[in-house]
Design a protein around this ligand. Structure first.
Ligand code: SF4
Length: 367
């Protein structure tokens, strides 16, 4: 606790707030408002929980981007998992995915109708379920960014080694750097600097963001999750923008290395291949996904079941896409707090424990 408390120290937070205010004054004097975007569900929750957004000057706006893995997973993916459950497969998934709406229903609805949908706490649980049910197909919902993709990918060699043939993965892995590039290129998105994710950066390494920094002259700062980490990141980005610099700064060097985690990167290299991916509310982003590599496609659930993850139709009134691009904040959605609440979510951003809408609903703020 002593270690954690060091990153929540009040006087240090107040000092950082004064640095932010000074940078904000300089930006305001030039008539400029800058938009900083964090792209990490844990940052989203930490920002809301600690009330950081409300402490910022009006010339510095803090947006939440597509950093929640559940939120960016397409409705068509949920539909595909439902079709597999209807064909008799055991669906194994982390908890949040169960309540994410597909085009017509969620996996929770399917489970209530007798479908076999099981919540797990580790990918290894899927291996155990498959071993215990040799006569049935078991599908693990393999979603997430690079952080989750690493441990989930170990299921491929583990299943091979244990000669478990009834386990497959329905993959919707996402890669963060191409998403940042797509956001910068989107004329509807206002972003002047990125607070880069912590866990993902530990896997892919700080240098993964250099093309975004140098290609778009956009400052990127990698931060941890504690309030002082985030405030420090905002100070850095604001000061870079005041001085016209665009640098890659790794403020989370206690965890993130320049080249990332070699063991995880080797796993990706051996078992996965880069592919285009569809992001809920955003669309297809080139090279922003990872699929199972050719030699191992027998473990690809979509192929095994002949089911497509495309063509989903989310609720037309849900504005998760605009929330995920930082175009609106959740209270701007007409459903927020009315038709859409955590017990009755209309979109994934209200389902996930890391979703922007859930964060605003739980902690308020933002105006
Ligand atoms: S409040 Fe609900 S309906 Fe509106 S954007 Fe968020 S999740 Fe979608």
């Amino acid at each position: 606790m002593k270690y954690i408390d060091g990153f929540r120290e009040k006087d240090a937070a107040l000092w950082l707030n004064r640095q932010i205010a000074q940078a904000g004054d300089q930006l305001a004097a030039r008539g400029r408002t800058v938009h900083l975007m964090e792209v990490c569900g844990s940052h989203t929750m930490a920002v809301s929980r600690s009330g950081i957004r409300e402490t910022l000057p009006s010339s510095i706006r803090l947006l939440s981007g597509p950093g929640c893995p559940v939120c960016v997973t397409d409705a068509g993916y949920v539909d595909a998992a439902i079709r597999m459950a209807e064909q008799g497969a055991i669906i194994v998934t982390f908890g949040d995915m169960v309540r994410v709406p597909g085009s017509h229903q969620s996996l929770a609805d399917v489970r209530a109708q007798g479908g076999d949908v099981r919540i797990c706490y580790s990918p290894a649980d899927a291996l155990r379920v498959a071993a215990e049910n040799p006569g049935r197909e078991v599908v693990f919902l393999a979603i997430g960014f690079e952080t989750t993709a690493a441990p989930v990918t170990t299921l491929i060699p583990s299943a091979r080694q244990a000669d478990i043939r009834n386990l497959s993965l329905l993959t919707a892995f996402k890669r963060v750097p191409p998403a940042l590039e797509a956001l910068v290129a989107d004329e509807e998105v206002q972003v002047d600097g990125f607070i880069c994710p912590a866990h993902v950066s530990a896997i892919i390494g700080a240098e993964a963001y250099r093309p975004c920094v140098e290609g778009h002259h956009l400052p990127c700062t990698i931060c941890g999750f504690e309030p002082l980490d985030i405030l420090y990141g905002i100070v850095d980005l604001a000061e870079q923008l005041v001085s016209g610099r665009a640098e890659l700064v790794n403020q989370y060097s206690r965890v993130v290395r320049p080249g990332g985690n070699p063991a995880a990167l080797q796993l990706f290299e051996k078992y996965l291949t880069v592919c285009d991916a569809s992001w809920r509310g955003i669309g297809t982003i080139p090279d922003s996904g990872m699929a199972i590599r050719g030699e191992f496609v027998d473990m690809d659930a979509a192929r095994r079941f002949g089911v497509s993850t495309e063509g989903g139709r989310p609720d037309p009134g849900c504005r998760c896409g605009d929330v995920l691009k930082g175009k609106i904040i959740p209270p701007d959605c007409p459903h927020f707090g009315h038709a859409c609440t955590p017990p009755h979510p209309v979109g994934p951003c209200m389902v996930s424990s890391e979703g922007s809408c859930a964060a605003f609903y739980r902690y308020g703020g933002g105006r």
